[in-house]
Design a protein around this ligand. Structure first.
Ligand code: PMV
Length: 363
C-alpha cells in the first residue's frame, strides 16, 4: 500500500523537526461508531472477512492531545502518564508505520492525554474513538514536522488506514454520517484497507437518527474482540455468514439511500442477532446476552408492533443500542423512562445520535 501524500511528507521530513528542539502539539476529538452491518472475523493484515457499515456517533467521543518532543526518554510513549496503557502496543504500531515514511517521528517522545466522553464498558467502542483520535493526532504531527499539508480527503483516508491497524472498527470513525469498510462491488472505491464515507448515499431521515444506549451491564468484556474475531477462523457457518453479510449490506445500502426505515429495521436487527448467534455457535459457546437484554429487545419489538418507530442493535456485549428517528424523540424517551430504564444498570442510558465526524481542536 502506498499513500502518495505520505511519501510526499518523506522528502520534507529529512530536514525538518527533531533536531531543532521544537515541540509539536495537537488535539483531535474523534467519535465512536456503531455497526449496522457487523464486522466479525478477519484475514491476515486486519482485512475483514466481510464488509461492514456503521453510523458515526456524536456525543460518544474521545478527546486526545498528543505532544511530541525531541527529549529522549527511556519510555517514548505515555498515555495519561502511564507507560503501560493498553493502547500503547497499537499506538507503537501506528508510529512504526508512519515513522517509515516520516523517519523524524522516530526521534520524538510522545505524551498522550486522552479522555472519553462516555463511561467504560458501556457498549460504546472506546477503541474506535481512542485509536482514531490518536491516528489523527499523529498524522497532524507528521504534517507539522514535515512542514507539508496532506490534502484533506487523503488525510482522513490515511487516518482510516492507520486506525485500522489498531482496531478494525476504528477505521470507520473518521467520517461523519455512515461509513463502509471492506471491499464490495456495491460501493466504488471501497477497500479492506480503509473505510469510505457514504455521505451522498444516505437519505436525510437517517442523518439525524438517534441511538439511546441502554447500559444493561458495565462489566468488562468477557470476549475481547481479537479472540472473538478468531472464533470465525474455523466457524461452521463462516461461508454462509460472508454471503449473508453481503446481502445485508446490499439491503442496508438500499434502505439508507431510499429512506426505507422498515427495511433498515429488519436488516439491522438481523445483523445484531446474527452476531450473537455466531458467538454462541462458536467453539466455547459464549453467551454475552443477559436476561435484561432479552427483556429490552422484546419490549422494543412490542412497542414497534404498537406503532412506535424503534429498533435495536447490539455490540459484542449485553448492552442495547435503541435507534429511532428524530421526530419520534418525545414518545421514545417516555417509553425508555417508563419501560426500559428499570432494566438498565443504575438506570444508565446514554443518549446519542448520528454525528458529523472528527474535529480538530483549537490549540
Ligand atoms: O474493531 P474491533 O476489533 O473491536 O471489532 C469490532 C467488532 C464489532 O464491534 C462486534 C462489530 C463492528 O463492526 O464494530
Amino acid at each position: 500500500m502506498s499513500h502518495q501524500s505520505l511519501s510526499a511528507l518523506t522528502t520534507y521530513s529529512k530536514t525538518a523537526g527533531a533536531n531543532s528542539g521544537e515541540k509539536f502539539s495537537v488535539s483531535w476529538k474523534s467519535p465512536s461508531n456503531i455497526a449496522l452491518v457487523k464486522y466479525w472475523g478477519k484475514k491476515e493484515n486486519q482485512i475483514p472477512l466481510n464488509p461492514s457499515l456503521s453510523m458515526t456517533l456524536s456525543q460518544s467521543y474521545t478527546l486526545t492531545r498528543v505532544t511530541a518532543t525531541p527529549d529522549r526518554e527511556e519510555k517514548k510513549l505515555k498515555v495519561n502518564a502511564d507507560a503501560s496503557h493498553p493502547f500503547i502496543p497499537k499506538m507503537e504500531l501506528f508510529l512504526q508505520y508512519i515513522g517509515k515514511e516520516v523517519p523524524v517521528l522516530k526521534e520524538l517522545s510522545f505524551n498522550v492525554e486522552t479522555t472519553n466522553s462516555f463511561p467504560h464498558s458501556t457498549g460504546i467502542a472506546s477503541s474506535a474513538s481512542g485509536l482514531s483520535a490518536f491516528a489523527l493526532c499523529l498524522l497532524s504531527i507528521a504534517e507539522m514536522v514535515s512542514g507539508k499539508n496532506i490534502d484533506s480527503g487523503e488525510f482522513f483516508n490515511l487516518a482510516s488506514f492507520v486506525s485500522r491497524m489498531g482496531s478494525g472498527s476504528a477505521c470507520r470513525s473518521l467520517y461523519g454520517g455512515y461509513s463502509l469498510w471492506g471491499k464490495t462491488d456495491r460501493v466504488q472505491g471501497s477497500s479492506g484497507l480503509f473505510a469510505v464515507p457514504l455521505a451522498e448515499r444516505v437519505h436525510p431521515i437517517f442523518r439525524t437518527l438517534h441511538d439511546a444506549i441502554l447500559v444493561i451491564s458495565s462489566e468488562p468484556k468477557s470476549l475481547p474482540s481479537t479472540r472473538g474475531h478468531s472464533l470465525m477462523d474455523h466457524h461452521p457457518f463462516a461461508a454462509a455468514r460472508i454471503d449473508q453479510a453481503e446481502n445485508n449490506l446490499s439491503e442496508t445500502l438500499k434502505a439508507l439511500d431510499s429512506g426505507d426505515i422498515e427495511r433498515l429495521i429488519s436488516v439491522t436487527e438481523n445483523e445484531a442477532l446474527t452476531l450473537h448467534a455466531l458467538i454462541m455457535s462458536s467453539k466455547g459457546g459464549t453467551v454475552l446476552l443477559k436476561p435484561p437484554t432479552v427483556n429490552v429487545i422484546l419490549k422494543i419489538r412490542e412497542a414497534r408492533r404498537k406503532g412506535m418507530s424503534v429498533f435495536f442493535s447490539l455490540d459484542a456485549g449485553p448492552n442495547v443500542h435503541l435507534f429511532y428517528p428524530e421526530k419520534s424523540t418525545p414518545e421514545v424517551e417516555q417509553f425508555i423512562r417508563n419501560e426500559l430504564v428499570s432494566s438498565c444498570e443504575n438506570g444508565l442510558v446514554i443518549y446519542d445520535c448520528c454525528g458529523t465526524g472528527p474535529v480538530l481542536q483549537e490549540i
